[in-house]
Design a binder for this molecule. Structure first.
Ligand SMILES: [Zn+2]
Ligand SMILES: [Zn+2]
Length: 242
């Protein structure tokens, strides 16, 4: 059976809430979870206590391998408005391995379907944004077809977020939205990325609820990037040249 070998949506103490774990703690936990690749994606500066631009700039000097685990360093930036404005400048984003862009309630208020969809679409037009985080959120309804079409056009991944799907998740019942996205990605043969969104070490590599949805939607294994670090890295590399 295929198993999850990479998780690139995880938060350390630098996110400013719900985690006291250092990058070293996270890498040790990734070893226990049998991951081969771990990505660190702390919140951007608009999040209360989130990482400052200097923190993200320093990540280019961080170790690429810890305890045998391959490390990638990114950010989960905030989408600030309907124009897709982000809370870190491209001058910072360009040196990160990857960028997840997400909406969070204290920072961007939910709008209509059209407004929410436009905010995501505009964020995807930023060449450094390669993943949209938890666009399953019930509080931010979207037009899933428009979202997936843009994701295909700009080669952006629409994350399947395990923490949203967990019974104690706080984004509403996200199963329907998740299935819509999965089915449309399958239709367009667009790759799928699952993530834990673990704040701290506890849930690193745990994509169990996301895997249930992937199974339900009958997504072919070759579309799922979590099963192959090489495939995920090729996807990131391929975007740079497209
Ligand atoms: Zn988030
Ligand atoms: Zn997150």
């Amino acid at each position: 059976m295929d198993f999850v070998k990479l998780d690139v949506h995880t938060h350390t103490i630098a996110s400013g809430h719900a985690s006291t774990a250092t990058i070293t703690d996270m890498a040790k936990a990734a070893v226990s979870s049998n991951l081969k690749l771990l990505g660190i994606s702390d919140h951007g500066p608009a999040t209360f206590g989130g990482g400052r631009p200097s923190y993200f700039r320093n990540l280019s000097y961080a170790q690429r391998k810890r305890f045998g685990i391959e490390m990638l360093y990114g950010a989960e930036v905030n989408i600030l408005d309907g124009h897709g404005k982000l809370d870190l400048d491209n001058s910072v984003l360009k040196d990160l391995d990857y960028v997840i862009a997400s909406v969070h309630t204290p920072i961007k208020k939910p709008g209509t379907i059209e407004e929410n969809t436009t905010a995501y679409i505009n964020a995807m037009k930023n060449p450094y944004v390669c993943i949209i985080g938890h666009c399953d959120d019930e509080r931010y309804p979207v037009d899933p077809l428009a979202l997936v079409r843009t994701a295909v056009e700009h080669q952006v991944l629409l994350e399947i977020n395990n923490s949203s799907l967990s019974p104690d998740g706080y984004r509403g019942d996200t199963r329907f939205n998740t299935l819509m996205i999965l089915n449309l990605c399958k239709h367009f043969h667009h790759p799928i990325l699952m993530s834990s969104d673990s704040h701290g070490v506890k849930h690193i590599g745990d994509c169990s609820y996301a895997q249930e949805m992937v199974k339900l939607a009958e997504i072919p294994a070759e579309l799922i990037l979590n099963y192959s670090p090489g495939k995920f890295k090729s996807f990131l590399e391929g975007r740079k040249h497209s």
